[in-house]
Write a protein that binds this ligand. Structure first.
Ligand code: ES4
Ligand code: ZN
Length: 323
């Protein structure tokens, strides 16, 4: 596949954890300027620690890395660096997850996180012409009560937040655990998405649809085990935000050459390609397209890019302008 075809295809990224874009070099720079100690003495040592056999292995390192993020400037710089990086990948719009509880649990106020990120998003639009939205994710290993506290803290920023999401350790923390807080978010005018079917069973995907009322399923790989669920996802045109390099690094798929992305498109699912946590999984969105390019035709790639706009939270007018 001609690389300029991949990078030249205008695309939206719909599954990106901003804390997962923290590159080792940035981790060092933020640690130094904030006088935070980190348990590594080189960028190479950090990178060599990034070997995971499942989701929890990764999450333990990801939450530890986020400890260097302390100030509004850090969150601004983190976000703007992500947009600068993906400009070359052909990203023209991004809908970005953030995990406020990872920060408020360390004593960093919600305001620091939200204002820093919002400033980074505004700078990216002004300097690079990339549009974006924020998605507030609740950590599912915590209690629903904690999610309610977070939603209340977000109240003054709700006009800058497009949706709520659900991430962190999936198995044992089904979507139904968050039914009330997602209903409250819906009443506040927020859209809903949830990670489901990454490690969890197809039943968790059904719950995300039925109980949480999501517009998109983040990952959704295990939905393929249930043909009636696949038929429903196709019928209801639900977007799946698929992350090939993440799936490989977290052992959700054994072999990238057997990644289900092509099968998903053949089934008529509205699949998209995304990077998840690019600093940890070895690549940004174009790298994810490259990773599955041997499985796809050019028409498939165009379909994936179209799906990213169709599945976005842009207005119908803005979506049509990108198609
Ligand atoms: C995540 Cl890959 C993945 N799965 C679930 N939660 C997450 N948070 C950050 N990356
Ligand atoms: Zn994710």
């Amino acid at each position: 596949m001609d690389d300029t075809f991949i990078t030249g295809l205008p695309k939206a990224e719909l599954h990106l954890h901003i804390e997962g874009s923290l590159e080792p070099e940035q981790m060092f720079a933020f640690a130094r300027r904030n006088r935070v100690s980190i348990p590594f003495d080189s960028v190479e040592a950090i990178r060599s620690a990034y070997s995971f056999s499942n989701l929890q292995d990764f999450l333990d390192i990801y939450y530890a890395g986020a400890d260097v993020l302390r100030t509004e400037q850090d969150f601004h710089d983190l976000a703007l660096a992500y947009f600068r990086r993906v400009k070359a990948d052909g990203v023209v719009h991004a809908e970005i997850f953030f995990d406020p509880q990872t920060h408020t649990a360390r004593g960093i106020p919600f305001q620091v996180v939200a204002d820093g990120l919002a400033a980074g998003l505004a700078a990216a639009e002004a300097q690079l012409g990339i549009t974006s939205r924020l998605i507030l994710c609740f950590l599912r290993h915590l209690e629903e009560e904690d999610a309610f506290v977070t939603l209340a803290a977000a109240e003054p920023w709700l006009d800058q937040i497009a949706a709520v999401g659900l991430d962190s350790s999936e198995v044992g923390h089904p979507p139904s655990k968050f039914s009330r807080v997602f209903a409250a978010a819906a009443s506040s005018g927020l859209k809903r998405v949830a990670h489901a079917g990454e490690e969890g069973p197809p039943e968790y995907v059904r719950e995300a649809l039925d109980v949480l009322g999501v517009d998109r399923i983040d990952h959704g790989n295990r939905a393929l085990e249930d043909p009636s669920l696949v038929a429903r996802l196709v019928r209801e045109a639900k977007t799946l935000t698929v992350c090939p390099l993440s799936n490989h690094k977290l052992c959700v798929v054994d072999d990238l050459a057997a990644h289900p992305i092509a099968a998903m498109l053949k089934l008529g699912l509205r699949a998209t390609v995304n990077s998840d946590d690019p600093a940890y999984f070895g690549g940004y969105v174009a790298d994810n397209f490259r990773a599955v390019a041997p499985l796809l035709t050019r028409a498939d790639m165009v379909q994936l890019a179209r799906n990213s706009f169709l599945g976005s939270f842009l207005s119908d007018v803005a979506v049509n302008a990108h198609l």
